[in-house]
Design a protein around this ligand. Sequence first.
Ligand code: WT7
Length: 633
Amino acid sequence: MSVKIQTLSGYFHEYQKSVIEPETFWDRIAETFHWKKRWNKTVEWNFEEPSIKWFLDGKLNITENMLDRYLFTAGDRTAIIWEPNEPDEPSRHISYRELYHMVCQFSHVLKDLGVGKGDRVIIYMPMVPEAAIAMMACARIGAVHSVVFAGFSSQALADRINDCSAKLVLTSDGNFRGAKKIGVKEVVDEALKQCVSVEKVVVYRRTGQDIKMVKDRDLWWHDAIKGKPTEIEAEEMDSEDMLYILYTSGSTGKPKGVVHTIGGYMVYTHFSFINVFQYNKGDIYWCSADIGWVTGHSYIVYGPLLAGATTVMFEGIPTYPHAGRFWEVIDKYKVNQFYTAPTAIRALEAFGQDPLLPFDLRSLKVLGTVGEPINEEAWHWYHDHVGKNKCPIVDTWWQTETGGILISPIASITPTKPSYATMPLPGIQPIIVDNEGNVLRGNSVEGNLCMKYPWPGMFRTTYGDHKRMHDTYFSQFPGLYFTGDGVKRDEDGYYRILGRVDDVINVSGHRMGTAEVENAINEHPRVVESAVVGYPHEIKGQGIYAFVIADMTDRTVANLTNEIKITVNQIIGPIAKPDKVQIVPGLPKTRSGKIMRRILRKIASGDYDNFGDTSTLLDPGVVEKIIETAKEG
Ligand code: WT7
């Protein structure tokens, strides 16, 4: 048994141990896994380079700890329950034994297609069990997966494929999303025009729509697995070999490939999963995220399956075919732990309580949220109406880079407080610094959230560009990992996440870099310059507001703003589409040419007064002009 916290004093006790003797603490947890060879050293690190290594020289295969481990003891237990987009389509219940065989079978497919240890495989698939199977098959043979959310455009997909020189792409013919059927294979075909590294494409048939198959390159999933053996030896991997790359947006440039390695990620996702959600054998757990995001990686696939859990995978959206779909699924499978995003809660809250009424939610024991700060109103609605006042809410703070949850209540153990992520998990050492890097000690302080000690699940590098990792996260406050978030530690020592302090906006729990959206907007031939900021949005948390200088010849404001939205949609995908585009005569720039985003953020949020010191502006008059058109709407 791993370390499972049972009481609040138990939490404090483990926390103390984890800080005083981190190596002993993590050794004890790591020892509960199956290793082909034990590690020689628990951790070796410095945050200057940075260089982070856990369980050095340990040899293992993560899938042996997810599949083989349960084969004989719990082979018949359901590993994955799959709920399709259409409620009438049969669901699928896949046992640990079946999952094991499916993963082994697909591992053979990968090998026969020439994929070997260290090769990169892109997974651009809908929410079907085969996507999870693909991830595990990669891990089984030592290949590195990179899941790309299937809502990203062909350009975004091509950028990711090229950044990691992937050899293989796994995809589907199409994708069901609510009432829509979306072409997926065609997006891959378009992307691959720009990608030379890809040799083969395996296509999972999902919608049955007509698609083009490229001779000698494309093959069907069901043909590929035919006759393949259902057993395969698990490749012996080093603890610090790459498990996956996941691309995420930052404040500058193109998305970066966050790299997670095997041993530490395994230990941390399992540990955080069983503790935060207080998962018990036999519980049905459901995380509604998409596997295209880190939440899906750590808390639909790796964490739960490492724990031998039954994990629900949902293909659809919360409002299809009706606004009670989430509650219907919880009732249908008697879900015990439910984990979703504040944006979904707010969207469903808008429908009132009626959609909840037909469903029995008594199975629920724990509710979780992730991805963005949860406002108090949404917290109470979730708590009162979904959890019927009896389920603790775990407001889990973490990031793609952290690999797993770092700050969160432990369900039923940590007293909760609306909109507070509360306290760090054992092994996590947060530290708050002001903008000059001075450490803010004690309670009732507010500043930049950093970490001063590594934890096993943290990322190791940014793919192909280690310096970028240093510059982005370890240069601002030397010796510390800087998260990019602002935080408050209140009088009780509880942490409340205040949101990003950099040029990253959080749209519906998804991270978007303002520079990335600006670059996409600037691709429009009429656009001269643009500046993008976030603004408070009732459902999405933050919306995207673009201020654009453009050549208006032969264009109306309406058609140009529309074209700009379409351009962003094509270059990145629907998630990056600006909610508002305002054509402006100029941008508020300082004499040194820097855009004063502070002013734009205020205007975008509808606050037209008190801009503070604007004396460094080159042309203060431009602010008035922007406000004038902003007011016109
Ligand atoms: C950013 C990370 C971690 C999986 C989903 C997002 C924000 C995340 C919370 C929370 C307030 C949160 C932060 C963070 N965030 N969880 N519980 N309360 N803010 O992963 O795309 O890597 O984004 O999401 O701003 O830095 P991501």
